[in-house]
Design a protein around this ligand. Sequence first.
Ligand SMILES: NC(=O)c1ccc[n+]([C@@H]2O[C@H](COP(=O)([O-])OP(=O)(O)OC[C@H]3O[C@@H](n4cnc5c(N)ncnc54)[C@H](O)[C@@H]3O)[C@@H](O)[C@H]2O)c1
Ligand SMILES: O=C(O)C(=O)C[C@@H](O)[C@H](O)[C@H](O)COP(=O)(O)O
Ligand SMILES: [Zn+2]
Length: 354
Amino acid sequence: MAKVPELAERAGLDPGPALVVTDEHVADLHLGELMEAFGARSWKPRPLVVAPGEASKSMDTYSLVMDWALGVGITRQTPVFALGGGVVGDLAGFAAATLLRGLPLVQIPTTVVAQVDSALGGKTGINHGVGKNLIGAFYPPRLVVSDWGLLRTLFRSEVRAGCAEIIKHGLVADRPLATRLQRDLGSLMGLRDPIAPELLRDAAAVKATIVSGDEREAGRRALLNFGHTFGHAIEKVAGYGRILHGEAVALGMRAALHLSASLKAGSPLAPEADLPAPFAEADALVRDLRIRTTLDGLETPELMVAMQSDKKRAAAGLRFIVLDDIGAGRVADGVPVEMVEAAWAYARRVGAGG
Ligand SMILES: NC(=O)c1ccc[n+]([C@@H]2O[C@H](COP(=O)([O-])OP(=O)(O)OC[C@H]3O[C@@H](n4cnc5c(N)ncnc54)[C@H](O)[C@@H]3O)[C@@H](O)[C@H]2O)c1
Ligand SMILES: O=C(O)C(=O)C[C@@H](O)[C@H](O)[C@H](O)COP(=O)(O)O
Ligand SMILES: [Zn+2]
């Protein structure tokens, strides 16, 4: 964290007024250190602390950020530093994209999700009652400063949720990463040195490689949505913030693996049956996260409706990301509704970690 101002200067930002957006938890733990680092190099940062959690990815909080930023006085040169997890990164990133039609953005990710996924690639935005992330912009950060030491203050549940996105990267695009995770998931979840920082770096590299080849999701980037058509529906129907994003994605990936197996078989697999190879192996990796999220209290018809607001939806209908094999994701269109219902039934039976 001490290096953030210096790295920002090296990235072409001039020391001076800056906006720092963070949340209450991160402010208590890490904001002081950042403010001190700025003070040592004649920056004049102004912090805004928002409420923690998914509920802050809202029109109300976005509006609050706008009022504050425009109230303190900004120019097109005023950078926005997003210090926090995916919520702060997406919210502050969207603010940076839209204030004066674009202020320089620096991401300082403080969760596993943010370090391997959300701080990279420029997707910013907020939620809407109709669906997740429906208002937003592609807006790449000028700089991302990732310090894995910041993760030590996370709750274990938040680390596990982030590991779901790491597993996703292995499953859709990197078989060797998935194999290492089968061996080293415990060390990763325990944030043990040197295995954890190596896996975090390599998982971030998978995302960076994919998005650098397809910034606006015209093709391969869609693979990063594996588990998300199901997961976003879960987050919405449960109520934003009731379930961590990574937890919903873990459960969503189990549904998507069942769907992958049905597509390969050519008919809906029974929800009571075990998954065949190679899907069983992938499913076991997700299960080993031991995330306790279930579909209890969430009705399948409501989840099916919620999926209709997915951004990947094409004229042809819902679009899913499925696996042909571990490390080989693909886009599937025209998926029969019976297969999707069977996938929900499977996810209902097994839960994320059952
Ligand atoms: N833009 C993208 O490409 C992308 C990718 C993945 C996820 N996301 C979005 O990211 C969000 C989820 O991000 P998240 O899981 O980081 O959630 P989050 O930002 O809500 O952080 C989770 C919790 O951890 C706390 N926290 C953050 N850093 C901490 C630290 N170092 N020590 C202790 N506590 C800390 C936060 O205050 C919060 O309570 C979702 O809205 C999801 O849609 C976006
Ligand atoms: O960067 C991407 O592309 C992703 O899909 C990464 C996902 O983990 C992330 O949750 C993303 O915000 C989902 O994007 P959306 O376009 O489905 O809202
Ligand atoms: Zn995600």
